[in-house]
Ligand binder design. Structure first.
Ligand code: ATP
Ligand code: SF4
Ligand code: MG
Length: 326
């Protein structure tokens, strides 16, 4: 197992009180595996990734029961420990490459700095490696590109540079958080195909966050569905998509564009309501105000996970009235 996280919770300390953004999130990742993470905006996908990278703001209070990375305990409150892993063993690709690239430094300067710091390469060796990395991600005239500033690159090109930087130290885990959402559809596919090629080539594990269930279905072996800061269903991707147990997963699947093929506009399905604000969390099951299966018990008690010892090969979910197997 590459990564094991048990009961990760994150609260944000604000002037109007503590806001619970993640509640008892537990998951694991095998070496070389792709875990797809889905859920509406605000469900906690990025907060869990940023916690793992040590990139949450100071107002975040992180609690965990156990975190193991490569079988060693990892303290998500230790910047010292996390900064040793960040960029080297765990790398992240963000939705907007410009947030990860420094606008005032050339691409070459940023790449060389990473390679020299983490891999201890000489300047000359780092430059050679940077050129070959840029070539690997499909950038032409790579040597010239080292001299440009990030703002001189197109969105797709900047994303390729960020991918090159993220894989430069051969990370064991690559977190791709909506890596292509900001790009045109045609470029999206090229970038995703590149990412998957690299993932296979380097045998990395990957956490792949996407709003697009079709992409998660295509690329991930396991899926994790998040709602209001909790994992509400998880299991092998094919099983979960074919046979969802949680009404929220069912709703997400019903609402995806491909489920609407041939339907008129009036018949398009959308899950009613919105993800609750952290300031106004409902009692009991967080999904109950939006769920058509909700009963009194749902309003009072948050359902526990269906399996006490969830295995990666088995679907587990948290619901008092799950959908039956088909
Ligand atoms: N720095 C912060 N201070 C306060 N609340 C925050 C902070 N960062 C995130 N949150 C809250 O935590 C919750 C989870 O946010 P998160 O960014 O993880 O959502 P997400 O699932 O990644 O959504 P999206 O699909 O829009 O990226 C949201 O309610 C968000 O407002
Ligand atoms: S616990 Fe109840 S409200 Fe929550 S998803 Fe299941 S049926 Fe719906
Ligand atoms: Mg996010």
């Amino acid at each position: 197992m590459l990564l094991e996280i048990e009961k990760l919770s994150v609260q944000f300390k604000t002037e109007s009180g503590n806001l619970l953004a993640l509640r008892d999130v537990s998951f694991s990742l095998e070496a070389g595996e792709i875990l797809g993470v889905v859920g509406e905006s605000g469900s906690g996908k990025s907060v869990s990734n940023l916690a793992l990278m040590g990139l949450l703001p100071d107002i975040a209070v992180i609690n965990t029961k156990k975190v193991l990375f490569q079988n060693h305990p990892l303290d998500l409150n230790s910047q010292k420990q996390l900064s040793q892993l960040r960029g080297k063993s765990i790398a992240m690709i963000f939705q907007d490459p410009m947030t990860a690239l420094n606008p005032s430094l050339t691409v070459g300067y940023q790449m060389l700095e990473t390679l020299q710091t983490h891999l201890g390469l000489s300047k000359k060796a780092a430059k050679m490696k940077a050129i070959s990395l840029l070539e690997r991600v499909g950038i032409l005239s790579a040597e010239q590109r080292l001299k440009v500033y990030p703002f001189e690159l197109s969105g797709g090109m900047a994303q390729r540079v960020m991918i090159a930087m993220s894989i430069s130290c051969n990370p064991k885990l690559l977190i791709a958080d909506e890596p292509t959402t900001a790009l045109d559809v045609t470029i999206q596919k090229q970038i995703l195909d590149l990412l998957i090629d690299l993932q296979r080539e380097k045998k990395m594990s990957m956490i792949f966050v996407s709003h697009d269930l079709a992409l998660v279905k295509k690329y991930s072996q396991r899926i994790q569905v998040m709602y209001a800061g909790e994992i509400i269903e998880t299991g092998p991707t094919d099983q979960v998509i074919k046979n969802p147990h949680h009404p929220y997963t069912f709703g997400l699947l019903k609402a995806r564009p491909s489920a609407h093929a041939g339907k008129t506009k009036e018949h398009l399905y959308a899950i009613p309501g919105t993800v609750p604000s952290l300031r106004a969390r409902p009692s009991g099951c967080q999904f109950h105000p939006r769920c058509n299966r909700s009963t009194e018990v749902c309003k009072k008690t948050n359902p526990s996970v269906s399996s006490l010892q969830p295995s990666p090969l088995q679907t587990s979910f948290s619901c008092h009235h799950p959908l039956e197997s088909l």
